[in-house]
Design a protein. Structure first.
Length: 385
């Protein structure tokens, strides 16, 4: 069900020629040039604005500067400027988010679209996004909203209470913070999640997992599941392709595991970047050693997007080889995404029979009873309910 369509609910401001050249050049060169974000023209935001809230994590520095504490970039921002995510601004020595209660996208989706295959399958997720991202992925499929700020999109005025009421009214089992990078509207997400949890609605964090330890710890108090992108298993590729670092992402995975948050891992297989089977094998070995075999791993097919339009779509046989590699390493649940018919079933690791069958995002059959395979009694990891 579509409430507000992204393609019709969003209008972007046209960048200046200088800003366009600067953005394109910096995105192509990676994280080393990211400090240009701090040189945006001075902002004219006020704490009294309805979508401005003081940030939960930051430290005041000398000369009214602040250091953001929400993600590992730890942006140092002087008055009148904003951080790399474009959603946080220094107003007279205090740090504020400008992405509160102003989503640019609101949908009702099948939970399988997140993608989550082991989290209350067949239920609906109320999905929302606010513009902004702390990465600069060259392959981004939602770059129209991720590579801009919430003051550059057409938004809706929806308070946390209104979001929870709408989710309940549409019969949604969960609320998903998705489409852009949910960490960049952290305060809004946390406040919605706290209210949703009180009325029995689950919360799903869809993210690149580039988040500080303190922010993730607080978030884990109010979320129930995470659909998390592991972009690659190479720090160099993270810097060149995404504008981040690998280690903080791995630490976030371990923290989610410790806190008992259900998670499913998404690895986008991009030709010439992340289609190296030896790297995929190392990645699967790390997952097995640090997280165990029980979290689903989704190998997702790349299609040319944004700044990688010169590359071909990922060959299906490469995705199948990646899946076979992961299963040989010992992971129990491996899926192929963005290929119709390839990720439509969940197989019991015990008897190898199909326990959940889907057609696209539609649930066809579910033979998981009380968290176990109906045929052999093997426990099937996830949240079934």
């Amino acid at each position: 069900m579509l409430l507000f369509c992204k393609t019709t609910s969003m209008v972007l401001m046209q960048p200046s020629r200088r800003e366009f050249i600067r953005t394109t050049f910096c995105a192509a060169c990676g994280a080393l040039l990211f400090p240009w974000d701090h040189a945006w023209a001075k902002e004219a935001f006020s704490p009294s604005d309805p979508h401005v809230r003081e940030a939960y994590f930051y430290k005041r520095l000398a000369d009214s500067a602040v250091r953001c504490g929400t993600c590992p970039h730890e942006c140092v921002v002087v008055p009148g400027r904003r951080g790399r995510c474009r959603t946080r601004v220094n107003i007279k020595g205090k740090f504020y988010t400008i992405s509160y209660a102003n989503p640019c996208v609101v949908h009702v989706d099948p939970v399988e679209k997140k993608p989550l295959q082991h989290f209350y399958p067949g239920t609906k997720a109320f999905s929302l996004a606010v513009a902004g991202c702390n990465f600069r992925c060259l392959n981004c499929q939602n770059w129209e909203i991720s590579q801009t700020g919430p003051d550059k999109t057409r938004n809706y005025n929806l308070s946390p209470d209104e979001i929870v009421s709408m989710a309940s009214g549409y019969g949604c089992k969960s609320i998903a913070y998705t489409y852009s990078e949910a960490t960049t509207f952290y305060e809004y997400m946390v406040d919605i999640s706290a209210k949703a949890g009180k009325v029995g609605i689950k919360n799903i964090w869809v993210s690149n997992a580039y988040i500080s330890r303190a922010a993730l710890n607080r978030l884990c108090d109010v979320i129930d599941a995470a659909s998390v992108n592991l972009k690659s298993f190479s720090d160099k590729i993270y810097r060149d392709l995404n504008g981040g670092r690998l280690e903080p992402v791995l630490e976030a995975f371990k923290a989610l595991h410790r806190r008992g948050i259900w998670m499913e891992i998404i690895n986008l297989v991009i030709p010439t970047y992340t289609d190296d089977m030896e790297m995929i094998k190392r990645m699967c070995g790390w997952i097995l050693e640090n997280l165990g075999p029980v979290y689903p791993l989704h190998f997702s097919r790349f299609f040319p997007q944004y700044k990688l339009v010169q590359l071909p779509p990922t060959p299906v046989e490469v995705l199948e080889e990646a899946k076979e590699t992961a299963l040989k390493e010992g992971l129990h649940y491996v899926y192929i995404g963005n290929v119709p018919g390839s990720g439509d079933k969940t197989v019991c690791p015990g008897c190898k029979r199909t326990v959940v069958k889907r057609r696209g995002y539609t649930l066809v059959s579910n033979h998981v009873k009380d968290g176990k395979c109906k045929f052999c009694g093997t426990r099937i990891s996830g949240r079934w309910g």
